[in-house]
Design a protein around this ligand. Structure first.
Ligand SMILES: Nc1ncnc2c1ncn2[C@@H]1O[C@H](COP(=O)(O)OP(=O)(O)OP(=O)(O)O)[C@@H](O)[C@H]1O
Ligand SMILES: O=P(O)(O)OC[C@H]1O[C@H](OP(=O)(O)OP(=O)(O)O)[C@H](O)[C@@H]1O
Ligand SMILES: [Mg+2]
Length: 297
């Protein structure tokens, strides 16, 4: 009997819904019970472990689970931490995913006059990412005082705990709400899927390859659109040139029309309103932009 593949995802937080959605889109059928930390897929030998995101890199590095979905920020921080302690920190990053975009940034109170990172020389910086912060400051040759907090880092300056912070930013709304401004990006991050370096049985590796190939297909499909339109033959070339990434569209005749054709194309990018307007100006009509559910080959 094949041992079940174990995949760790965040239990609840910024990555949990999209991690579950991604696996479901790859055909892994499971139901999450809020009380249970493990969900068994009923159509594949796959178990989903729902844990704190900070624990995911370690679980993969230690071979407790086979795959994990986690932010690159958390992965990099854990790798630096383990390297610092002289512990093994190997994982294989299978691919970056298309969600969880954020950046780890330095930020200071609005009234702080910031020139460059050396403005923080000798000051206290609050962070949940002490290793990423240390690497950045060491590379710049700047010394500072470390104030490690697990959460609510943004309130540290106002609470008198620190002079600046190093924390995750996406829209910047949290910084603004706390009277801080972003001064320096030290790490850019997306969610990623990682694999343990522990050798797998052939059956398990085949299942990992299958899931990865489906992940690739799901993400390619999400990044693509199926476009249908009618075009005058005389502006056909200009119209095709406007369709992003659609090098070889299908061109079909229209019933009872000699000077207009139908174009079917897969575009690797979304078609924005501006392009739609340019297409119409070139005589295109009946323009349909449709989502693609799956892609392969
Ligand atoms: N504002 C954001 N926008 C997008 N992605 C984010 C944002 N903040 C964090 N992330 C990404 O999502 C991951 C999880 O963020 P979240 O805030 O849910 O973590 P957490 O509070 O540490 O959760 P846990 O309880 O699992 O430890 C982060 O490590 C980062 O990769
Ligand atoms: O720039 P913004 O769009 O405001 O996002 C940044 C905030 O998002 C994350 O926290 P989250 O809201 O996930 O809550 P948490 O602090 O409980 O993890 C992060 O830790 C920041 O606090
Ligand atoms: Mg966490």
């Amino acid at each position: 009997m094949t041992a079940r593949l174990r995949i760790a995802i965040q239990k609840s937080g910024r990555l949990s819904t999209e991690s579950q959605q991604l696996l479901k889109s790859c055909g892994v059928k499971f139901n999450v019970n809020e009380q249970r930390l493990i969900a068994h897929a009923d159509n594949m030998p796959v178990d989903i472990l729902r844990v704190r995101d900070d624990d995911i890199p370690g679980l993969v590095m230690d071979g407790v689970v086979d795959l994990g979905i986690v932010g690159e920020n958390v992965l990099e921080e854990e790798q630096l931490e383990r390297e610092c302690l002289g512990n093994a920190s190997d994982v294989v990053k299978l691919r970056q995913l298309d969600f969880g975009a954020c950046r780890l940034s330095l930020a200071v109170p609005t009234e702080f006059v910031y020139g460059d990172a050396s403005s923080l020389e000798g000051l206290r910086i609050a962070t949940s990412y002490p290793n990423l912060l240390r690497r950045f400051m060491q590379n710049k040759g700047i010394s500072y005082q470390d104030c490690q907090l697990k959460g609510s880092v943004e309130v540290a300056p106002r609470a008198g705990l620190a002079d600046g912070i190093c924390d995750l930013v996406s829209t910047g709304a949290t910084l603004e709400a706390n009277g801080l401004y972003e001064t320096e990006v030290i790490f850019r991050s997306m969610a990623c899927i990682i694999q343990s370096t522990t050798p797998q049985s052939d059956a398990k590796q085949a299942l990992i390859n299958k899931i990865l190939s489906r992940v690739n297909g799901v993400i390619r499909a999400r990044e693509s659109k199926y476009i249908l339109l009618h075009a005058p033959t005389e502006t056909l070339e200009q119209i095709v040139a406007l369709l992003p990434g659609a090098e070889n569209p299908t061109v079909l005749p229209l019933n009872d029309e000699t000077n207009r054709v139908a174009i079917h194309a897969v575009s690797t990018e979304d078609l924005f309103w501006d392009t739609m307007e340019e297409l119409t100006a070139l005589g295109a009509s009946s323009i349909l932009v449709m989502p693609i559910e799956k892609m392969m080959g």
